[in-house]
Design a protein around this ligand. Structure first.
Ligand code: GDP
Ligand code: MG
Length: 303
């Protein structure tokens, strides 16, 4: 299914409302105020909204824009620029797999955001591209989490390295990375628990995991993807800040774009973290994870 059909919710989302609100109107203070309100409602956040509207007003006067249609197009361009400063403008994102070495993908994020589901989807995509993929069930906190990842493994025919519930996540990571290395896998994807009850504990756990990965793989750098649920709005932004402080993120996965009319959170997240968006989740099914593409995304949001 096309991205734009996935993003369009019955409410038609923020950008539909935006168009409705803007078209045919006079360009005056009232219009800018309404615009501000809409941008804030869409989770773009206060700070970026103010910046955007200020910049928009400048450009409208500089370019002598006379119609609200032109204002709409200008805003679309401004939002596009926000995304292309941290993302390639015309290429789809996703993870780049290097041949002839073990590609490690560590997936972090708080509980319930869609880590395990995204791992299943990514593993499946890579397997379909002919890569030899293995998964490490690093969320040992709940038995259900291990069963869930095993389920994805069965569905996709992908091996899952696991241990019993309650065992040390770092031990599972150790096993998964060494198995992947010894048996010449192309990709190992590592799940984690990410309980954010305490920043210090989370930091310690992730540090330990990172150390094990480095020791076992002999690689200093690898992919670390943060998963954020786009329906959680400003909370998601706060999670992004915390994780960005404690691990070296290489990219972001934004999930549940199918369930939100507030996808605006993508803009402040992208701007604050200065990290590329790699994928967006648009449903619970195995195919429902799209490589992020700025052009396609902006078109879909504004269509
Ligand atoms: N609608 C929708 N649901 C999703 C998406 N990604 C994950 N989910 C659902 O979110 C819930 C939590 O996902 P899970 O992968 O277990 O999260 P984790 O705790 O971070 O591993 C599950 O019910 C998933 O099916 C998405 O892109 N869209
Ligand atoms: Mg999970």
């Amino acid at each position: 299914m096309a991205l734009k059909d996935r993003l369009a919710t019955p409410k038609k989302g923020f950008f539909g409302k935006l168009k409705e609100m803007l078209l045919g109107k006079a360009i005056d203070d009232e219009l800018y105020e309404e615009l501000e309100e809409l941008l804030i409602q869409s989770d773009i956040g206060m700070k970026m909204t103010m910046q955007l509207v200020e910049e928009l007003e400048k450009q409208v006067s500089r370019n002598k824009l006379k119609t609200s249609e032109a204002v709409y197009d200008q805003l679309k361009e401004l939002l596009r620029e926000k995304l292309i400063s941290n993302n390639s403008s015309d290429e789809s994102s996703g993870v780049k797999i290097k041949d002839g070495e073990l590609n490690i993908i560590l997936v972090v994020g708080v509980n319930g955001v869609g880590k395990t589901t995204s791992i299943g989807k990514i593993a499946n995509q890579l397997k379909n591209k002919g890569k030899k993929v293995i998964i490490g069930a690093g969320d040992t906190f709940r038995a259900a989490a291990i069963e869930q990842i095993e389920e994805w493994g069965k569905r996709t025919g992908i091996e899952v390295v696991k241990q019993a519930q309650g065992s040390d996540p770092a031990a599972v990571i150790f096993d998964a990375v060494s198995t992947a290395k010894n048996r010449n896998f192309d990709v190992v994807i590592l799940d984690t628990a990410g309980r954010l009850h305490n920043k210090k504990d989370l930091m310690k756990e992730l540090e330990k995991i990172n150390k094990i990965i480095r020791q076992q793989s002999g690689q200093e750098k690898f992919e670390t993807l943060l998963v954020i649920d786009s329906t959680t709005g400003q909370n998601g932004l706060e999670q992004a800040r915390v994780f960005n402080e404690i691990v070296e993120l290489t990219g972001i996965i934004l999930t549940k774009f199918d369930g939100t009319a507030k996808g605006g959170i993508i803009f402040p997240i992208s701007e604050e973290l200065k990290k590329p968006i790699k994928f967006i989740g648009v449903g619970e099914g195995i195919e429902d994870l799209k490589e992020f593409n700025v052009k396609e995304f902006v078109e879909a949001m504004f269509d």
